[in-house]
Write a protein that binds this ligand. Structure first.
Ligand SMILES: C[S@@+](CC[C@H](N)C(=O)[O-])C[C@H]1O[C@@H](n2cnc3c(N)ncnc32)[C@H](O)[C@@H]1O
Length: 373
């Protein structure tokens, strides 16, 4: 029991991570570089964003005119509905509003909208945000926020990590454009992988050097290497942006060596000096243990690490499947039994290499093939 409670507390805390302004700016610049009009005349919904904490609201409000936005809507989740409570004090901004309400301040969500020059200073910016209490608590699944989703062209945010699958499904069912933050492991989920495979979702431009820094009220609870005392932020390596907006990086082909050169010169000792790449026992594919070891001249199916996705260009490769039972690629897979190996359960979920009489499952692999057209 104590473990279950601990996990619940951890998950609840995991929802409160605030994205850095510079990370948002860098990511959004990638879409603008590719198409300077990507946001023109669009209504953007930021559905997990209270401008007091969210740099998404600040960033899009400040760039409202430059991007040519039609409307910005930002909604926040009620303090009392958050799974993990921190000492909350309403800001002066809120308490000084004529419609400040002592009960609603914690029980209701809020909506912030920006569409015109409210202050009359001939500019549309963060000072023109108007706010009200929502009728409900601002849960993205509520009818009130669903109506805002339907009004919007694009959904952009860092959603609660614990509700990532639900959040993505909520966007996809409404067929919206989106840019959201999530854990890289999400691509192996059976609801998520088909979107990647069908080229309906891909990784965004990405965090600088693959490191995502967040502020969180619980930063100090993280250990060395995650909590950065100098900045007070936490650092994660496995976080990425998911999107269906195009950007330049995904059209840059990966520079690769031939199979023969990899076997001769690879910097990885698992490959250098070998006669050939390993073949799976249960898939008609070769095992490529590192993204930089994908041979440029192999036309068959290759199993590559999940992190390949960060380098994936749909012009260069197609994604056929993933070596995981729930996400099977449509390729023939062998069924292992207890007679084959005691760990046959694991074997049935992964690509398997047979070494002598032993079967060795690999990590989850994406199955890819070079594009010929
Ligand atoms: C990962 S944080 C990110 C906050 C902000 N988008 C940012 O990037 O700085 C996710 C936020 O969503 C809120 N949240 C949790 N459950 C929610 C729900 N069901 N509906 C809307 N927001 C929710 C959390 O309280 C938290 O503030």
């Amino acid at each position: 029991m104590p473990n279950i409670n601990l996990t619940a507390a951890k998950n609840a805390k995991n929802d409160e991570f605030y994205t850095q302004y510079a990370d948002i700016e860098k990511e959004i610049n990638a879409y603008l570089d590719y198409d300077p009009d990507v946001f023109r005349s669009k209504t953007i919904l930021l559905p997990c964003d209270d401008p007091e904490w969210s740099n998404f609201t600040k960033y899009f409000a400040q760039n409202f005119e430059r991007f040519g936005l039609k409307k910005l809507i930002s909604t926040s989740y009620a303090v009392e509905s958050k799974k993990y409570k921190t000492g909350y004090q309403p800001t002066l901004f809120e308490t000084s509003a004529p419609y400040f309400d002592k009960v609603k301040t914690t029980k209701n969500g809020k909506i912030f909208t920006l569409s015109h020059d409210r202050t009359g200073d001939q500019k549309i910016n963060v000072d023109d945000l108007e706010w009200h209490y929502l009728d409900g608590d601002g849960d993205f699944r509520s009818a009130e926020i669903i109506a805002l989703r339907d009004e919007a062209d694009m959904i952009i945010t860092n959603p609660p990590f614990s509700l990532f699958r639900e959040f993505l499904a909520w966007i996809v069912e409404a067929e919206k454009q989106f840019v959201i933050i999530g854990n890289m492991n999400a691509i192996t989920y059976k609801e998520v992988f088909p979107l990647i495979k069908n080229d309906e979702m891909w990784l965004g431009n990405g965090f600088h050097a693959g490191n995502a820094y967040f502020s969180t009220p619980f930063a100090k609870e993280y250990g060395e290497g995650v909590y950065i005392p100098e900045t007070g932020l936490v650092k994660f390596r496995n976080v990425c942006w998911f999107t269906n907006l195009d950007h330049g990086r995904r059209h840059q082909p990966l520079p690769l060596m031939t199979m023969a050169d990899n076997l001769k010169f690879s910097k990885h000792k698992q490959l250098k000096g070998k006669d050939a790449y390993d073949r799976y026992d249960n898939y008609d594919a070769i095992e490529v243990p590192f993204t930089d070891s994908i041979p440029s001249d192999y036309d068959g199916v290759m199993g590559v690490p999940i992190s390949f996705l960060d380098k994936y260009s749909p012009d260069q490769f197609e994604i056929l499947g993933i070596t995981d039972r729930d996400n099977n690629s449509g390729m023939k897979i062998k069924d292992y039994t207890e007679q084959d190996a005691p760990n046959y359960g694991d074997l049935n979920r992964r690509g398997v290499i047979k070494i002598g009489k032993k079967y060795k499952p690999t990590y989850a692999r994406l199955l890819i093939r070079k594009r010929t057209t």
